[in-house]
Design a protein around this ligand. Sequence first.
Ligand code: 3HC
Length: 336
Amino acid sequence: MYTQSFNVPDGGTPTLQAVPAPVDADLQARFDAVIDADGKIEPRDWMPDAYRKTLVRQISQHAHSEIVGMLPEGNWISRAPSLKRKTILVAKVQDEGGHGLYLYSAAETLGTSRDQMFDALHSGRAKYSSIFNYPTLTWADVGVIGWLVDGAAIMNQIPLCRCSYGPYARAMIRVCKEESFHQRQGYEALLTMMQGTPEQKAMVQDAVNRWWWKCLAMFGPPDTDSPNSVQGMRWGIKRISNDDLRQKFVDATVPQAEVLGVTLPDPDLKWNAERGHHDFGAIDWDEFWQVVNGNGPCNQERLATRVKAWEDGAWVREAALAHARKQEQRARQEAA
Ligand code: 3HC
């Protein structure tokens, strides 16, 4: 889908090295011109170190979110209420794993290795989305994750399809198509439950009550407290601010909640005709930072599960490497 290559030394090819390297100011000016023209930066292009670092930070955090995000719903695969729901859930969780892999590949084009990224995740140094540190207590949580969590993820990710870094932007196009299926399957599962028994309806309302505020926090701190936003916007990595995306999500979700027949747990939520948007209540940012800093209800469990999966998979990686080495050896022998 996109090139995996990144700037590597020319290995002494004299014709390539004969061209004098432009001075840094020229490179910077060229980079700025591409950004100003809303163009794409590709892996072989020169880019400022800070741009590269920001992308590695954001894309690797995003990749980690996708693979840690498999866990809360993965817990329900063996308990799905029907074969149809189980098949859908297996496909969805597998999609999230695939998203993680596209994103790790996109980050690798910036010169970081997958081992470095996994090490950062497994040692607890790397961030991943706060939302995946909450438990999935009932089957309704699986529907609500599809509707609200994936709905919030899409709202944030559609603008990333226009990100200035080519490999990230192209990966996001496919991710968003799949996320849109995830959102719809969640909403459809909830619609079915809302036509069911009073217990099922109560289960949906309870799940909405528990996830709503966490989904609003998912968009990140308010713009005034977001250290990376200004530069991210200048570079065309971020296209819409945390607060604006949060507002778009609230405005889009209120009518969906009405159709579903659930109440969003916010007494301050109301249409503001003057602003042309819904007003909503205050988010608990202390709780958000507690979770981001490793102290949420499931942080330890999520990390331990990832580390165990990595350790349990060691023999598969070793076997794949041994097989690749054998094939390479055979190809060399045949060529000799
Ligand atoms: N959870 C954890 N950390 C968060 C966060 C969240 N919900 N929101 C923000 N943060 C962190 C940032 O990573 C940053 O930390 P750092 O400087 O140490 O890296 C800090 O809080 C300050 O936030 P900023 O607003 O300054 O950071 P950004 O400009 O990077 O914006 C972002 C945050 C909007 C999450 C942006 O990084 C982004 O758009 N990332 C890509 C999308 C993404 O990662 N989504 C995660 C969910 S993926 C998902 O839900 C999968 C789906 O399939 C279910």
